[in-house]
Design a protein around this ligand. Structure first.
Ligand code: NI
Length: 433
């Protein structure tokens, strides 16, 4: 029997709080889960700094990856199996791409990628194609199989249907993270009837479509995504922690460039500071390692690095004020000037942060964010774009919501602080109120 169709003698199951069980019968999937690169995902949280706002949000990318795999497995085995539009030869390819789609995510990837100018998608590809255990397993299926999996994840594959199952406006990735993140944060917004959506999904040549009768379940899913973005993903307190995190990394990088003498040599970061990151170095970093450095850097001589690390470790986060960059640039300039006067470095302590989301979009060819819309399958076999049928979806379609906030250390500006002149601190506070 070929490796690609080899089954385990007994089905393995993982207990999962969202899907109850994750079922594995394919030898290749079981072997991939056991690789060290996949196991690393246990040490990377799914929601980065969100655990500092919602203390339950400690779940990892490992949990989520298994969840996406399980959703795709159910779509294939319970809904698509036997339908003429579905080519069962794509089964293992789809399952592997689902399982590995987030493989390249690093620790606190959001800030981390920005500070070091990296992209987790490049690392996903590098892990799948490089000299890794994951590559060894995939290559056993066939020599070109790793490349095929990488193309599905990068959305460059010709197999559009498979791509849309893993990344589109209604895909297994989103369906898993919305429910999982809702479960672990404890909020009620992320719920929707996934069972119903799975039942009404149909394969078409270039994408998954949804039977019209399932439209209301899809509306619920779109609304839940909308709510989760603003209530959880863009929560201003999590963003504040994110700001702190990126300022720490930024400061450490800056100090390294200035040949600062670190009391605690940042071995794991050297190639990142030098902007010559190898895959080996990248895989060594996880959130435990990062937090170890933050812990030790609290005792560094540099007052900024030490203070920022103190804040992160002990959750003494920056406060925030509403900010409109279009109208308040003068205020920002004034604040910057006053910060310098009282001896607080505005580069690290006065930060504008913006979040933005587009809940759903119809097709707009040529635009920067070209998104494949969700199509409904009508009784007569015709396809119709979702926002044309659904008033609720139409109301939020194509509307981008953006939010800007200004983050600053309120304790440095308080009456009992010893930063600069008290009158200047009062002036700053008045501007921020
Ligand atoms: Ni994902």
């Amino acid at each position: 029997m070929s490796y690609s169709s080899e089954k385990l003698s007994e089905e393995k199951v993982f207990k999962d709080p969202v899907h109850r069980y994750v079922h594995v019968r394919d030898r290749a999937i079981w072997d991939l889960i056991g690789t060290k690169e996949f196991q690393r995902l246990r040490r990377v949280r799914q929601l980065g700094t969100t655990y500092l706002t919602f203390h339950g949000a400690e779940h990892s990318r490992f949990n989520h990856s298994l969840g996406v795999y399980e959703i795709v497995r159910r779509i294939i085995d319970d809904v698509f199996d036997g339908r003429p539009e579905w080519n069962d030869e794509d089964r293992l390819l789809t399952l592997c791409a689902a399982l590995l789609h987030d493989l390249g995510h690093g620790p606190f990837s959001h800030s981390f990628e920005k500070v070091f100018d990296l992209d987790h998608e490049d690392f996903t590809r590098a892990i799948i194609l490089g000299n890794t255990d994951v590559n060894k397993v995939l290559s056993k299926v066939s020599p070109d199989f790793p490349e095929k999996v990488a193309e599905i994840i990068a959305k460059t594959s010709e197999k559009k249907l498979v791509v849309s199952m893993i990344s589109s406006q209604i895909d297994a990735d989103r369906m898993d993270y919305l429910q999982r993140d809702a479960y672990f944060t404890g909020v009620s917004y992320g719920q929707f009837d996934m069972e119903r959506i799975l039942r009404v999904m149909r394969p078409r040549e270039d994408q998954v479509v949804i039977k019209k009768s399932g439209m209301h379940a899809v509306e619920d899913y779109i609304m839940s995504r909308y709510q989760m973005y603003w209530q959880v993903y863009f929560h201003p307190v999590s963003r504040s922690a994110e700001v702190l995190l990126s300022k720490i990394l930024h400061r450490a990088k800056q100090l390294y460039k200035e040949k600062y003498y670190f009391k605690f040599e940042p071995h794991h970061f050297i190639s990142f500071f030098q902007e010559q990151v190898t895959l080996e170095d990248y895989l060594k970093l996880d959130e435990a390692v990062i937090l170890y450095y933050f812990q030790t850097w609290q005792e560094e001589i540099d007052p900024i690095l030490s203070d920022l690390c103190h804040r992160f470790v002990n959750r003494n986060l920056f406060k925030y004020a509403e900010f409109d960059p279009a109208k308040e640039y003068k205020k920002l300039a004034k604040l910057t000037e006053l910060f310098v006067k009282v001896g607080i470095d505005p580069e690290y302590y006065l930060v504008v942060d913006s979040s933005s989301d587009l809940p759903y979009d119809f097709y707009r060819p040529g635009e920067e964010e070209e998104r494949l819309p969700i199509h409904l399958l009508m009784k007569n076999g015709e396809l119709r774009e979702l926002s044309r049928e659904s008033e609720i979806v139409d109301a939020i379609s194509g509307k981008r919501r953006t939010d800007h906030k200004l983050y600053y250390p309120a304790d440095f500006l308080a009456d009992d602080s010893d930063m600069g002149d008290i009158e200047l601190r009062k002036q700053i506070r008045a501007l921020l109120d």
